[in-house]
Design a protein. Structure first.
Lengths: 185, 745, 255
């Protein structure tokens, strides 16, 4: 499982980004997306496009954790969202690992854009293990992760030198998010 | 089997008056042919060597002005397709053609009418310049029937249709089709791809010179491409056992006035349709309407003679007869009353490709090869086809549906039918059909011929499918969907997978076409489920990629035209198409555009600001642009870019800068690349372009820095609360101090 | 009270004036205030290697601050705001702007504390106290302000919550505080009798509304009664888009 976590201000400006991989089940915590490294913009595109859904869910669901709200099927990317009451959005893109047998490992012209063509296989087989992005366990883990990040976020926001919408550059914050990721995801 | 006389009692059409819809249809006509015409025009332009250069220079001139202008940033039409910008709502039209697409889909499933002409008739027609004979002469005219066609549905209410059409096929080709099908199954998709590539090639041209004419027409290349693709896909499927759309509803048996023994010939032709090598395969229902036509040669033969013969025909063969008066001499452009024969809308991919050499079926050759007809001939043919359809074919179909509904469907619907289907034994129900068919397993009805994989034409399963198809072609989607619904599980029990898939597919399609049904979300889910099943059966159980793709393409277009949350399903299906790898490289891009179109068509729910999918649509447009560029089609890429800009305009701030830096740089690079390639493709020196682009770039960056003071109150606060620098307080002090003194003083 | 005292030394906190606790910044010559009535946490220089991230957000939850020190601090804020103002409206605007960012922060803090404590401070506003819901409708939001927010700030609920009766202004709501804490030690000179320093609180409310996605204008007005001479009404006027959304949500049956 690879993760891309973004905090967006109420005006959609990214104020914090981090990519990491799972640490569960012997994972080394390094993100391995299906796109080649040159196509990291894909994560941003997918996150940005999911804002359409976030905006809709925002006013139909009063909870802070909105659960899994969007999927980008071509790359098997799943988006979970968490909204702070003051309008910041925490968006987590998670992507199950590409199975080694499912064909080419990206890098080709079209597969860089569409992820892999073999993700049907991936989807089918990951449903059995805990890496299934829509299982209740995953939802719960993501919720825990989000809540922990929220705590750090509130502390950041409490700082008089932090103004809403500003980029969060504190290394401590980053460490905290990484730790939360390690702990839950 | 029907004998000529007892085909069916002719039910007079409910309120048929010949002249009724004519004027209305006139105005409709150009509408329908617009896409084809636009292609033609543009291709004709390519054909003529001395293509005009003025539009090119005009474009670049405009481009320079635009790039230099400081206002350019807010509009962000930095792509080279500036000529198009003047067409304001161009892309609205592009993504708004859902009614058009619906009509296209409906017309794709038109009744098939087989044409079986005597040799003397074909000879006569060939002299007029139609190599394919009588069939080819009728074909283009059948696609749109002049005037309104009124159809009564199963509950007796009638509705008028302006876009009704029938499909004329060559009877000789019909029997042969299945054989060639197996070999060409995969190649059907390859052929579609080839047609698309051909179209693209000629559209873009080496210098892209033809583009100017297209722009003038106000039609972006891709809408016609997407339509072309759909039309190709819908016309690529040939007659198959599992669906009866390709099976003849009627056959037109034709002789000419030159025939020496007219009645005998007619009888012989009729007999040949029932026996011998012209007989259709076992899975085609033989009970189709026979229609007898006498082609009178106006130039050579005596009309009184023909009229006498015609009366004789009517006495022998009943009411389904027609006297068609044509001139036998060939018409040329310079003749006074010459009329160009319309293009065939429904050419199969194969014909598209093979048409390259033949003049008459070719769209691409423009004016040179298209045959001409005398005005009188055209109106004679039109009124013949109208009479054939309105007075014979449609009443025949209505009657068949009523009879089958009464005799077969109601029994199946009834308690006993249900019970029998539960115990999976239809013995006695299909009566005659059981004899002679072996291999009836305990779990199946026994009507399914597992060896040849079809139901014989007289089994209830086959008849019900035929009835549903008839209802579908009569646009009685309610009856059609309920019938498909009824039989779809039976096919599953028999493991007749292709039938199974087909019934699921058409059930979902007819539900979607039914304008009244389906408002609840639950229905949408069941429709999704049906498409899923159909697609699985086609693809996994039958490995029939063509039908699977057709099924999915229909799902995409129809769900999209439903609007609301269905558009998201549509987008999902389009992604599935790409995922399955059913389409080639051009098809992939087209489907990307479809995804964008699906998302773009989702509008916010009343009053609310949410519910649209602009960002998603924009994203897919960008991807499509990227792929067009990689495919070497900067023009199309630029169209997609422009579309993306329009879509993103709503969700971005007025300056159009993306909040995400990597997205922004990707899009900027793409824009630049498209611009460069576009200009290079047109043979322009791009040397000074980068400079302009750089200027734009820096402008964007400076915007980005100061743009994010969104909240009213935050604007009030000085923007120097930088967590990193405590010192920011310093200058502020200095600035305040004098004022403070001033205040004290 | 006399005219607000002037302390030019307070200028150094100008850029963080929106948050009272930042008055404890190292540059000020005024006595250090470990905490304030707004129990948001003070920022400390991490000399002990402890950053703000190491402090628990609930630690100062029940901490109280001397009213005198708050009054002193607030007086300084008013003084600062009064500098270079063109009139009473301008002054109120400045006070409002000082309150606004505080409102945004309080919102997050308020929700954080209700998620992490079992006894919900939001219980009066929402029936299901855990997990708390973001307010989607105006009324929920108003209850949030009237109850939990007021308790967080002043230790008690506000005194009244009303909807405008005028058909012309269906978007106006009023929250009444009979005796606002901020005004307790402030007496306004006669020539400035329009002034209500609770504009600062109005700013906080505005921040809360805006943070929740309810664009609003909030202002404070004097409405003295015999019993409550400093009774203040906070007038909330919601924006067009909010009212439109309200209609949509009502149709959708969202509470």
């Amino acid at each position: 499982m690879s993760y891309y976590f973004t905090i967006l201000s109420p005006t959609d400006t990214p104020i914090f980004n981090i990519a990491f991989g799972t640490s569960k089940g012997g994972g080394d915590g390094i993100a391995r997306f299906r796109f080649p490294d040159t196509a990291q913009y894909m994560n941003q595109f997918i996150i940005h496009s999911s804002l359409d859904i976030v905006e809709e869910a925002q006013w139909t669901n009063g909870g802070m954790y909105l659960k899994h709200i969007d999927t980008y099927p071509p790359a098997a990317a799943y988006i979970s969202a968490f909204l702070t009451p003051s309008g910041a959005r925490f968006l987590l893109l998670h992507q199950p690992p590409q199975l080694p047998n499912s064909g080419s490992s990206g890098g080709l012209g079209s597969s860089s854009l569409l992820g892999s063509s073999g993700n049907l296989v991936a989807r089918g087989s990951t449903s059995s293990i805990a890496a299934n992005p829509t299982s209740p366990q995953t939802e719960e883990a993501v919720r825990q992760f989000m809540t922990e990040v929220y705590e750090s976020y509130v502390k950041t926001a409490m700082s008089p030198f932090y103004k809403q919408g500003m980029e969060i550059r504190s290394p401590v914050f980053r460490t905290r998010v990484t730790a939360a990721g390690k702990k839950w995801l | 089997m029907t004998s000529p006389g007892d085909a069916t009692p002719v039910k007079p059409p409910p309120s048929f008056s010949p002249g009724v819809g004519r004027s209305a249809s006139k105005s409709r006509f150009p509408d329908e042919h617009e896409p084809t015409l636009s292609i033609d025009a543009e291709l004709a332009d390519t054909g003529s060597v001395s293509s005009p250069t003025p539009p090119l220079s005009a474009t670049t001139a405009e481009l320079r002005i635009r790039s230099a202008s400081p206002q350019a940033r807010s509009v962000r039409s930095s792509t080279p397709q500036l000529a198009r910008s003047s067409f304001g709502s161009l892309f609205d039209g592009r993504f708004d053609g859902s009614e058009d697409i619906r009509s296209l889909i409906i017309r794709a499933f038109s009744p098939t009418i087989a044409v079986y002409a005597s040799e003397d008739t074909d000879e006569l027609i060939k002299n007029k310049g139609f190599k394919g004979g009588f069939w080819e002469l009728l074909r283009p005219f059948g696609e749109t029937i002049t005037g309104k066609v009124i159809i009564r549905d199963s509950i007796g209410s009638s509705r008028a249709w302006e876009d009704y059409g029938v499909r004329f096929v060559d009877l000789k080709g019909l029997g042969r089709a299945p054989a060639s099908r197996d070999s060409g199954r995969d190649s059907a998709l390859a052929q579609i791809e080839e047609v698309l590539a051909q179209q693209l090639g000629s559209a873009e041209g080496s210098l892209g010179a033809s583009l100017s004419s297209k722009d003038v027409l106000g039609f972006p290349a891709t809408i016609s491409l997407a339509k072309l693709f759909l039309r190709q896909l819908l016309s690529s499927t040939t007659a198959a056992p599992h669906e009866t759309f390709g099976h003849p509803v009627a056959s037109v048996i034709t002789i000419s006035s030159r025939n020496k023994a007219p009645l005998e010939t007619l009888r012989q032709l009729y007999a040949e349709t029932n026996t011998g090598d012209k007989r259709l395969p076992d899975w085609v229902h033989q009970e189709y309407l026979r229609y007898y036509v006498l082609v009178h040669d106006e130039d050579r033969d005596d009309i009184t003679e023909s009229t006498r013969l015609y009366d004789q025909m009517k006495r022998h063969f009943g009411l389904h007869c027609h006297l068609l008066r044509l001139r036998s001499s060939q018409c040329i452009v310079t003749d006074d009353d010459s009329v160009q024969v319309p293009h065939c809308e429904w050419l199969s991919p194969q014909e598209h490709l093979s048409g390259a050499g033949e003049a008459e079926t070719l769209v691409d050759l423009g004016t040179d090869g298209t045959p001409y007809l005398f005005d009188s001939d055209v109106s004679a043919i039109k009124s013949f086809i109208r009479e054939l359809t309105v007075q014979s074919v449609i009443p025949f179909m209505e009657n068949r549906v009523a009879v089958w509904n009464d005799q077969v469907a109601s029994r199946r619907r009834g308690i006993s039918g249900r019970f029998m289907s539960m115990s999976r034994r239809w013995a006695g129900f299909g009566s005659s059909s059981r004899s002679g068919i072996g291999g009836s397993g305990g779990a199946t009805s026994g009507n399914y011929d597992t060896e040849h994989n079809f139901y014989r034409q007289d089994t209830p399963e086959a008849i019900l499918r035929k009835m549903a198809d008839y209802a579908f072609m009569l646009r009685d989607w309610k009856l059609a969907s309920s019938t498909y619904e009824m039989i779809r599980s039976d096919y599953g029990n028999d493991k007749a997978w292709k039938y199974h898939a087909g019934a699921h597919e058409m059930c979902a399609v007819s539900m979607l076409l039914n304008p009244l049904a389906m408002s609840a979300k639950i229905k949408l889910e069941s429709i999704d489920q049906m498409f899923e099943t159909a697609c699985y059966s086609y693809l996994t159980r039958c490995s029939d990629a063509t039908h699977a793709l057709r099924c999915l393409a229909l799902a995409v277009e129809l769900l999209k035209s439903r609007g609301g949350s269905a558009t998201e399903s549509a987008a999902r299906w389009a992604m599935r198409v790409m995922d399955f790898g059913l389409v080639g490289s051009v098809g992939q891009i087209l489907f990307m555009e479809r995804v964008a179109a699906c998302y773009a068509s989702k509008t916010p729910v009343g009053g609310a600001k949410w519910g649209a999918r602009r960002r998603k649509a924009g994203m897919w447009s960008i991807f499509a642009a990227d792929q067009w560029l990689k495919a070497g089609k900067p023009t199309l890429a630029s169209a997609c870019l422009e579309e993306a800009e329009r879509l993103y305009a709503d969700v971005l701030d007025a300056d159009g800068v993306f909040p995400m830096p990597e997205m922004q740089s990707f899009i900027d690079n793409l824009r630049h690349a498209v611009k460069v390639e576009y200009l290079q493709a047109r043979g322009f020196d791009t040397q000074d372009e980068p400079a302009v682009d750089d200027a734009l770039g820096t402008e964007e960056i400076s915007e980005k820095l100061d743009k994010r003071n969104h909240r009213r109150s935050l604007i009030g606060l000085p923007a120097q609360l930088d967590a990193g620098t405590l010192m920011s307080a310093g200058p502020r002090d200095a600035e305040d101090q004098p004022n403070d003194d001033f205040e004290r003083a | 009270m006399a005219a607000p005292p002037r302390h030019s030394a307070m200028l150094s906190v100008s850029n963080t004036a929106g948050t009272p606790q930042s008055g404890s910044s190292d540059k000020s010559q005024t006595p250090q205030q470990p905490s304030t009535p707004q129990p948001t946490q003070g920022l400390r220089v991490p000399s002990n290697r402890k950053t703000i991230y190491d402090r628990h957000l609930n630690r100062s939850r029940n901490a109280e601050l001397s009213r005198a020190s708050f009054a002193y601090l607030f007086a300084e804020m008013v003084t600062y705001a009064q500098r270079r103002v063109t009139g009473i409206q301008d002054l109120e605007k400045r006070l409002n702007e000082q309150g606004y960012p505080l409102g945004l922060r309080l919102l997050d803090l308020l929700f954080y504390r209700t998620t992490t404590t079992s006894s919900s401070a939001l219980s009066s506003s929402s029936t299901s106290s855990s997990p708390p819901n973001r307010p989607l409708r105006i009324l929920t939001l108003l209850h949030l302000i009237h109850g939990p927010l007021w308790r967080l700030l002043f230790g008690r609920s506000a005194d009244a919550l009303e909807h405008s009766v005028s058909p012309d202004t269906p978007n106006e709501y009023m929250i009444t505080d009979n005796d606002p804490l901020v005004n307790t030690y402030i007496s306004v000179p006669r020539e400035m009798n329009q002034l209500n320093c609770a504009a600062f609180v109005a700013g906080i409310i505005e921040g809360v509304c805006d943070g929740c996605g309810f664009e609003a204008k909030v202002s404070a007005h004097n409405q003295p009664t015999e019993m409550w001479p400093s009774r203040t009404v906070f007038l909330l006027g919601f924006g067009e888009s909010v009212m439109e959304r309200e209609k949509v949500l009502e149709r959708a049956g969202i509470k």
